[in-house]
Write a protein that binds this ligand. Sequence first.
Ligand SMILES: [Zn+2]
Ligand SMILES: [Zn+2]
Length: 127
Amino acid sequence: MSDEEVEKTGGCLCGAVRYAFTGDAELGVQCYCLDCQKISGAGNLPQYVIKRARLTLLGQPTVHRRKSAAGNDLEIAFCPDCGSPIYKATSMAQDLIMLTVGTLDDPSMFSPTHKPYQQTRQPWDES
Ligand SMILES: [Zn+2]
Ligand SMILES: [Zn+2]
């Protein structure tokens, strides 16, 4: 079986929202921007970026919409029940979806390739 066919899965803390996808990450983003700090409730938000067309959502996340600092339309999807952030999407790259790494069933498959917004990284965040 090729890696393209292996299904990977993830979901929120309570299990109300689950997802599945095939293929590997296009990018591994570990973002230190202030929005990502709010979304994660932590110092950064690790994101496993995949082609949106590869994602199958099971369950209905709540989607919060806002403008990014750069003026792009952002979507942040989270579980309406337990509040786990599930994914981010941006109008700047509509074919991509950024899964929050902590919701992957196997978060160890993440490896960061991009670490943007170092200027707002917290001094205590050594990741
Ligand atoms: Zn949940
Ligand atoms: Zn960010």
